[in-house]
Design a binder for this molecule. Sequence first.
Ligand SMILES: [Zn+2]
Length: 586
Amino acid sequence: MKTPASTSAPVSYRIEVNDIHAHLFNVTLTIAQPLAVQRVSLPVWIPGSYLVREFAKNLQHLKAQQGRTLLNATQLDKCTLQIACNPSKPLVLRYQIYAHDNSVRTAWLDFKRGFFNGTSVCLKVESQEKSLHLLEVTEPAKTKGWSVATGLNVQKINKQGFGTYSAANYDELVDCPVELGEFWSGTFTACGVPHRFVVAGALPGFDGAKLLADTQKICEEEIRFWHGNKKPPFANYLFMLNAVDDGYGGLEHRNSTALICNRKDLPRLNELKVSEGYTTLRGLISHEYFHTWNVKRLRPAEFETYDYTQENYTKLLWFFEGFTSYYDDLLLRRSSLLDNPGYFKLLNKTINQVMQTPGRQVQSVAEASFDAWVKYYRQDENTPNTTVSYYTKGALVALCFDLTLRREGHTTLDEVMRALWLRCKAGPMREADFADVLQALGKRSFDAELKSWVHGKTELPLRTLLEQHGVTVHDDPAQLAQRLGLRVNETQGVVVKTVLSGGAAEKAGFAAGDEWLGIEALKQPDGWRMQRLDDLLLYAGTAKKVIALVSRDKRLIRLELAIPPPATTWRLAVKDAAKVDAWLAK
Ligand SMILES: [Zn+2]
């Protein structure tokens, strides 16, 4: 049977600014050849960010029309509408989208800037997902000097980029976010491929040339990592960075990425030193760009076709996020944007974060991947006790594989990644593919390592592997919070954020939300008010036990706290530079 799925008539969207102060876009969707009973739906999630966000909550005033005839649109569930219509006439849907979420995942509109992902504004037309999709962005009447930037294919646009773009199908349409506004824009070429970088919200002293030069280095390093001297699988690439007072994050797409960073972390003119914030930003750029291969093309088999209506589970985020996290900083080091001490400082931080998370003994990284929808993406005071980050521990799993493969001398993780890319034809991948490539290139089975590191909860052999590659591990005294098994906020007194499982604070009876007011040391006459957590040792002296005075729900309570012996934390240092370079420099 022939269905309209094979039709050549495109699905067309027109996006207009309705009101910048009300943060509303107008969307007009024209379905040239609708079904007699046409369903449309808005995604509940955006690929790359594993949380059900119900974008339909921001859709309003929907009207369905054929010519002048208004039609009924029946809501079937939280994200789906159904319209009975005449299939021989175009069906036009008009609606508004409220856009006031300043993140990379949804949509934004105010007097300075507009931004949207297709998942937030473009209803999916059932049975026509594979048709050509057109997106027209019209120039707002009341904003001067605005331009458009997007990774979509150009159909017909003006100098500022307003006009019509196209996507081969719905997946591509919603994988190409759109930036609007008076942004800074620069270009460069990496391995022959044109790249554009746009920045919204930068301050006047922003050093755009520096940002372009550094990003070019990162892109060339990563293209060469995957393809040597050959071209990458995209004809152009766009970075869209939103610089704000306080924000951090990124979302990867097939030929673009949307990033958000602190304005003060951008490189500044005449700045001699690379700031810590800018190092972090370069790591973010490196991370999202690496995803262009690792998760956007090579991707979990479960993501072969996205289901936009519900959670899409995979146990492989430790590979796609974790291995990307391993390579983001490693490739900064290889492109000389980090030196060895700079690299080890970042690796050190990752190791200590994992070792200070009791949840690593509760969930494996494979389990944490599967549960991302309800754990990693819904963090609360108990998250460190119940799960482990598949980003940080996943990066350490990559490190363990890389150092083990290098020690055994048959191959490296770099070669394994490239072999996977070829084996899976830059497409869906299963854990078995990884296991097979490891065995083929590493010349033995790595099933025991997969079982222990990926599916197990025991400690990774980090110390041994690092020492074999020229790194010394020093045990430094840990922060007092770690010693007590607490995470605290000290901006207004000492407020408990998290009580870590199995720690002294848990035994004493502390709870998240407690305000720690002061202490009394046993057998001492005075009690003391605490301003910071470190005051504890000042006032307790050599006492092994104190009474902690805590306010909970305005009730004052006394908790008997046994102060545990000092805890330690890792500090990495280069011992054998030749061995370290053999690993980091290639
Ligand atoms: Zn990522």
